[in-house]
Design a protein around this ligand. Structure first.
Ligand code: GLY
Length: 378
């Protein structure tokens, strides 16, 4: 691993906490202006959770909602929004054109957890995960069993495959093989495999914590593929004594480091949420197999962490700073969502690598995504 001090932004509390991940990667401190101050309630989420953090915050402050109920109500907005193709209704499907959803949640005060994976036909897997937590002695249900359970619990089955997602899937299929009988679209925007997901973590005025992650997973995945989101300790994790954390991005990279659990444990060891998120990313790089590293040992994928501590500090970190064009045209793309007494807003991610250091392969993917964003804006 040859990541330099200049290249890598990380955490200085690492050495203090005595929890160095690998000993191979030098780290730069998080600047003081990027550290949040204790404030409760606080809700932190991925970029797409901007409406959700506002809802969760309002529920906790105005209705004294339980923190888990509040964050689930927050992510329900995206699950039910057909325009968010990374989650719930309208999520991008697997290779067979079937939308399969994953979700998990944890409730800090009662130390309980629930999860579902490869769930079909139910738009709100976060609520099904909570039902697993509330009504069974199990933690995870998958596939047809998860669906049968949801139907028994009164969830309504619906077709999750929207026309827009179906068109995207057809475009992806058509371009898979230049020698087959499908005519390629001139529009290449779906060649990349988008990941999405929403993670949300909230701490209420009393310091009680809830966390949830929900997703349609990797677009075009092999049917049955389960990502990180429904795995407790990976997609999200919550310890009421410490804080909560969760992830979006390449699930396969996160699973190998139990990233949400790791982030919470780093906070327990003394790191701020911001420092812990950066350190988790560093661990993910250290655990990346060679085929997913460029010639300078930089990962060929993106990954993000979000965290909140029991005292209401928060943080968010991503692998790569966005290219300049994104920063200018879509600044929220390099940001995560926060709500506390200062309001609901996007805050810029801390990042591991500056945008001048994005590998060519990643640049290509990001430019395709930019093309898609510009098209959607028109
Ligand atoms: N992080 C979402 C997924 O990989 O499925």
């Amino acid at each position: 691993m040859s990541i330099t001090r200049r290249t890598f932004l990380g955490s200085s509390a690492l050495a203090l906490a005595g929890m160095a991940a690998t000993g191979k990667v030098e780290a730069r401190p998080v600047s003081p202006q990027n550290q949040s101050s204790p404030k409760r309630p606080t809700v932190v989420s991925s970029r797409n959770g901007i409406r959700g953090v506002a809802r969760a915050y309002d529920l906790m402050t105005q209705k004294q909602a339980d923190p888990l109920d509040a964050v689930i109500a927050g992510v329900n907005i995206q699950e039910l929004d057909p325009e968010d193709q990374s989650v719930g209704y309208g999520g991008l499907p697997n290779a067979d054109g079937v939308v399969q959803l994953d979700a998990s949640c944890m409730h800090g005060p009662t130390k309980r957890a629930g999860a579902v994976a490869s769930l079909e036909g139910i738009a709100t897997p976060s609520l099904v995960a909570k039902a697993v937590m509330d009504y069974t002695d199990h933690i995870m249900l998958v596939g047809p069993g998860a669906k049968r359970f949801a139907l028994d619990m009164g969830f309504k089955e619906q077709n999750l495959f929207t026309e827009e997602s179906r068109q995207d899937w057809l475009r992806w299929k058509a371009r898979l093989n230049p020698h087959d009988d499908w005519l390629d679209h001139d529009d290449d925007v779906m060649v990349e495999t988008p990941t999405g997901t929403i993670n949300m973590n909230g701490v209420d005025a009393n310091g009680n914590i809830g966390s949830v992650t929900t997703t349609s997973g990797l677009a075009w995945k092999i049917p049955g593929r389960v990502g990180d989101s429904p795995i407790i300790g990976t997609g999200q994790y919550c310890d009421n004594e410490v804080g909560a954390a969760g992830s979006t991005g390449r699930g396969e990279a996160n699973i190998k480091i139990c990233g949400a659990f790791l982030t919470v444990e780093l906070m327990r060891g003394g790191m701020s949420p911001q420092e812990a998120c950066l350190e988790a990313l560093k661990r993910a790089v250290a655990m990346t197999e060679d085929r997913l590293l460029d010639e300078k040992d930089r990962p060929l994928f993106s990954l993000n962490y979000y965290a909140v501590s029991k005292d209401g500090r928060y943080g968010g970190a991503t692998m790569y700073q966005n290219p300049q064009a994104y920063l200018e045209e879509f600044p929220e793309r390099g940001a995560y969502s926060v709500a506390n007494a200062d309001g609901a807003r996007h805050e810029p991610f801390q990042f591991v690598y500056e945008n001048s250091e994005i590998p060519a392969y990643m640049q290509g993917r990001l430019m395709l995504r930019l093309k898609r964003l510009r098209k959607a804006k028109k």
